[in-house]
Design a protein around this ligand. Structure first.
Ligand code: SF4
Length: 690
């Protein structure tokens, strides 16, 4: 392995192309020909080689003595035998659903597919879901309802440059995926305009022509108000709506009462700003609306996305080049991870698990009786909430997720993990979740293995093995096959290309059909879009070819500020860290200053704090302390905490969206107090930095 290998970044859904060279610790260089990023990377991508060479890499299976808490290294056979015996005991005690499986939106398509197959065909459990439920599920749910299909972006990201007005709702593109921000620059060089909707004025707003900072949890009301003005101004494309949609009369009626002054009272956006926004949209031939976690991670997230889709449809934009609606997926394989069977209600190819034809097709590929496949299971948070309870699973396999940091209401979830009879975690290091496990299985990561990812555009790309893994670790595919062989007679391949071919057969004919995609095609074509490069130009994926419009109502956040908890708390990311930080917190060249509590100067003055002073934030679920960061760019009634460290999700609300089952990560009620000191990080990090 001497020559440079063309592959992709280990982190976000942009899946930037890069070249890697070197045997043990790879060197990153630009891959200019890859169309998505043209050689550009953010600092996380450039420093990704820092994932290697750390002293805390796990290289042997470990088992924990519950009495003493001591860890012991065991052989792989011993570890897998123990896990299989524990799963058998849970099944004997509680039936097939006594064992649960929790996956991740960073797993390759091959792993996500095999994990779903392990759950349904080998374990026979319905109890499988993944952390992608917490990332894009509200947009996915809305996309399926409105368009009949969920593909985050139904067009290449570069189409952004062709828009005349780009509306970013709850996206901090400039910090979360910097190479994508160049499209905003080109759009503006062409004379296009950018609107950013976000309670915080983030670096993305530096590229905006209009910045709207609504009260957290009111994006839906903002969309209703915009549509009200578009109707009032005669800017709606009636011919398009008549020809390509259903439901418009009800939607038009539903926005009639959302006049600007009412929207101002709910959202805090002044009526004249709303009018300026609507006027910008009304006069533009190509309007593109993109939502992200800021709009979606709410108990009203699905309806919020539907409301913005209504705006795009009413303007006649969906299906038009350089216009339309899309969701900016977050996790590296958030798109593929939700297409191939990790989700509680889905089989490979984005098929529904309660569809008899889908069950028969997939069971045929797996060589099992369709009647043996379980039905839909619990969604991610509901699954975790049920662990160890009388009707819930007593054993859990975790792959590709650091639940202790990333789950909402994390203290409660940690207690549920501790109540299990058996917790098994596959990871590369002793993450916060692995530290609670009974068995930890050390697995390969990123450049040590080959597999496909599906980026935010629906482009299937190939991450190729570039370096040799350390002795003692095995791939997740090996772990899955090793467990399956101990628990069933269903065959599982450990070769990624073979697994991908099987995934293709299982997905054939489904909404997300990968059957025509091969590793060779991906290499030759620089990635392959499933379903085609651009969708919806002629028709939508519903049987009648029309998009569905839904009249949705503003409900607001599940938890509103009150006398005890008077401010809004919102959470999000910072440039140098990614998700739970399990990877990026170990990269020495990325700054890790720990969490902070961002407050407006007016709020800081009331509390008597300056930047750096210790501050405590509390909600009905928990508390954390961290240094204050006083900035004028946040609303005075809102505080922000990044979620890459233990602490933020002790605060967050587990209220769920009724359609997507997405928890309300983005807003809850909180109170602040000045404290004497932040004695330590919110909890001891069990992870020694490399
Ligand atoms: Fe990696 Fe995302 Fe940064 Fe690209 S934008 S280098 S995929 S983290």
């Amino acid at each position: 392995m001497g020559a440079a290998v063309e592959t992709h970044c280990p982190y976000c859904s942009l899946q930037c192309g890069m070249r890697l060279e070197g045997r043990r610790v790879p060197e990153v260089s630009a891959w200019e020909e890859f169309p998505v990023n043209r050689g550009a990377l953010c600092r996380k991508g450039w420093s990704a080689a820092g994932l290697y060479g750390g002293r805390d890499r796990l290289t042997s299976p470990l088992v924990r003595d519950r009495e003493t808490g001591e860890w012991s290294a065991v052989s792989w056979d011993d570890a897998l035998d123990r896990v299989a015996a524990g799963f058998r005991a849970a099944r004997a005690d509680r039936g097939p659903d006594g064992v649960a499986v929790f996956g991740g939106g960073g797993l390759t398509n091959e792993k996500a597919y095999s994990l779903g197959k392990l759950a349904r065909a080998a374990l026979g459990t319905s109890q499988i879901d993944y952390n992608g439920r917490w990332c894009m599920s509200s947009a996915a749910s809305a996309g399926i309802r409105a368009f009949g299909l969920d593909r985050g972006l139904p067009f290449p990201l570069a189409d952004v440059e062709e828009a005349d007005v780009l509306v970013l709702v709850g996206s901090n593109l400039a910090e979360t995926m910097p190479p994508a921000a160049r499209h905003l620059d080109r759009l503006r060089e062409r004379g296009g305009r950018v609107v950013v909707v976000d309670p915080r004025r983030t670096p993305t707003a530096d590229r905006a022509d209009l910045t709207l900072q609504p009260v957290p949890g009111t994006d839906l009301a903002l969309a209703l108000g915009v549509l009200h003005l578009l109707v009032a101004g005669g800017a709606v494309e009636e011919d398009y709506l008549a020809a390509r949609t259903t439901g418009w009369p009800e939607v038009r009626e539903s926005v009639a009462a959302w006049w600007p002054e009412r929207v101002e009272r709910v959202t805090g956006i002044e009526a004249h700003e709303l009018r300026a926004f609507a006027a910008m949209l009304a006069g533009s031939p190509r309007v593109m609306v993109l939502t992200a976690r800021g709009a979606e991670q709410h108990s009203t997230g699905s309806d919020t996305v539907l409301a913005w889709i209504n705006v795009a449809l009413a303007l006649g934009m969906v299906g038009k080049r350089g216009a339309g609606y899309g969701c900016l997926t977050g996790q590296g394989n958030g798109q593929g991870g939700r297409e191939h069977g990790q989700k509680a209600d889905q089989l490979p190819g984005y098929r529904r698990i309660d569809d008899p034809a889908a069950r028969a097709h997939v069971a045929g590929v797996w060589g099992v009786d369709p009647d043996t496949l379980p039905g839909p299971g619990r969604s991610a948070y509901e699954l975790l909430d049920a662990l160890g309870t009388p009707g819930g699973p007593s054993a859990l396999l975790v792959m590709g997720s650091n639940i202790v940091v990333s789950a909402p209401r994390a203290t409660h979830v940690t207690e549920r993990l501790e109540s299990l009879d058996l917790l098994v975690v596959c990871d590369v290091v002793m993450s916060e979740t692995a530290a609670l496990a009974d068995v930890v299985l050390p697995v390969t990561q990123w450049a040590e293995e080959t597999g496909t990812m599906t980026n935010l555009e629906g482009r299937v790309v190939l991450r190729q093995r570039a370096i040799t893994p350390p002795p003692g670790v095995r791939s997740d595919l090996d772990v899955i096959a090793g467990l399956a062989s101990r628990l069933s007679s269903v065959p599982f391949s450990t070769d990624p290309e073979e697994v991908f071919a099987e995934l293709g057969r299982a997905s054939a004919g489904g909404p997300a059909d990968y059957s025509a995609i091969t590793y060779d095609r991906i290499r030759d074509e620089g990635g392959v879009f499933w379903g085609g490069e651009r969708l919806f130009a002629e028709s939508f994926a519903h049987p009648d070819g029309r998009a569905r419009m839904y009249a949705v109502e503003h409900r607001g956040a599940a938890e509103q500020p009150c006398a005890d908890y008077p401010v809004h708390l919102t959470t999000g990311r910072v440039l140098a860290q990614y998700q739970s930080g399990a990877q990026t917190r170990r990269v020495r060249s990325l700054p890790d200053d720990g969490p902070f509590i961002e407050v407006h100067p007016l709020l800081a003055a009331r509390l008597g704090v300056d930047s750096g002073d210790p501050l405590r934030v509390s909600t009905r679920r928990g508390t954390m302390s961290a240094p204050a960061r006083v900035v004028p760019t946040i609303r005075p009634d809102t505080v922000f905490v990044p979620f890459h460290w233990v602490g933020a999700n002790r605060l967050t609300n587990d209220a769920l969206d009724p359609a997507s089952r997405m928890p309300e990560f983005k807003v809850c009620a909180a109170r602040l107090a000045r404290v004497e000191e932040v004695a330590q990080r919110p909890s001891p990090d069990p992870v020694a930095r490399a």
